[in-house]
Design a protein around this ligand. Sequence first.
Ligand SMILES: Cc1ncc(COP(=O)(O)O)c(C=O)c1O
Length: 457
Amino acid sequence: MDGSGGIAAKTIQALMASERVRFVSAHPDAAARAGNGLPGFYQGVPMHWMRDWPMPFPMLVTSAQGATLTDSDGHVLADFCLGDTGSMFGHSPEPVRQALMAQAGRGLTYMLPTDDALAVGALLRGRFGLPHWQVATTATDANRFALRVARAVTGRGRILVFNGCYHGAVDETFVRLIDGAPVNRPGLLGQFTDLTERTRVVEFNDLPALEAALSDRTVACVITEPVLTNCCMVLPDPRFHEALRRLTRETGTLLLIDETHTISTGPGGYTRAYGLEPDMFVLGKPVAGGVAASVWGFTDEVARRLDAVRAVTPSGHSGMGTTLSANALALACMRATLEQVMTDAAYAHMEALAGHLATGLSGVIDRLGLPWHVVRVGARVEFICAPGPLRNGTEAEAAHARPLEQAIHLALLNRGVLIAPFHNMMLVCPATTGEQVDRLITAFAEVAGILAQGKTP
Ligand SMILES: Cc1ncc(COP(=O)(O)O)c(C=O)c1O
């Protein structure tokens, strides 16, 4: 794997150049109003990730509904990015829209619970099986608070992550293995501590390394996604989760499963589908249908130990919570999402269409003889421009073919489909139609066909 995706650089450059021209000429309004960046914003965007898209300048979104997004130049796109999972259940699902409208006239945040909060506690217990829950605003926050609890109840200062992980802007998770050595993740700004002093990092699926890293019993918590989705997608080996649970239990280490992306698996996430038994569980992004909210839950045992620690801790700030966490609007939208949007029927639809999408993309790759593969976790599908399956973060990093991926993303966009900018992730939501999936497969076939002409031996 050399990051080329098996395609000659000049073929990729030619595709990128022609797609840029096509994008610019098709977006006169965005070019006029945002071509040099949005005035007032550093680097011309309200959040710097908005620069990570492959287009020469951002298009301006005028509306989005279900799986369809419309821009200011009148393009109507099939949206498979879905706000990088924030809108995984579609843009403005009707029950969420209604909850939002109803709450709008009743006050939005008052740091007191509501009837919706009464309902949501029971809904979370019922769906995810853990008895104790807290609400935060982002998955980052939820992870941060859960890790704090893990350290508090174990009295241990370290955590362990898997190479290639992403759990949001949680400082202590920004560690990578480079040439086998742990280092602060490249690219971090303003990082003034050596994170590797407190964070151990091993490869996903490497059980001997995991066992060795936990053996001195100084690690409070292993935090992981059940499937690594934030590098190119890496699936667990068949016995990986069983061994992870056994090793964490044997060493008194807590296990935090972050389902923020793998909630694509099914109504109870990967955890329920595969019978995982985490001590702590985090879900953010789509849990309130696109309104900022996240949840984190834990077992009776963790709650009991937390009570014991709190009983001997002087009163003061816990370091957990932010002012708008669990606000009334978020709880109203979360209730609507859990009760009416994340339904079995919605998941059945997503699963079926995502299966169709994965089969269609694999068929194109096979037909063209490209050295690529497709991975899927429920409604989350990814094509990877390298042979598979990938087994860990190092392999996933090597599989990234960035210039190629960017050219493909832009070419797909110019053909009416939007996929996530960071890697080749596509999400199917309850509103996605068969026509939209077929449009994506057709566009992918056309673009891959152009690229296949530059296949390297
Ligand atoms: C698995 C996982 N956890 C946490 C996060 C952080 O989410 P947020 O940026 O909403 O805090 C992400 C974001 O991509 C994620 O993929």
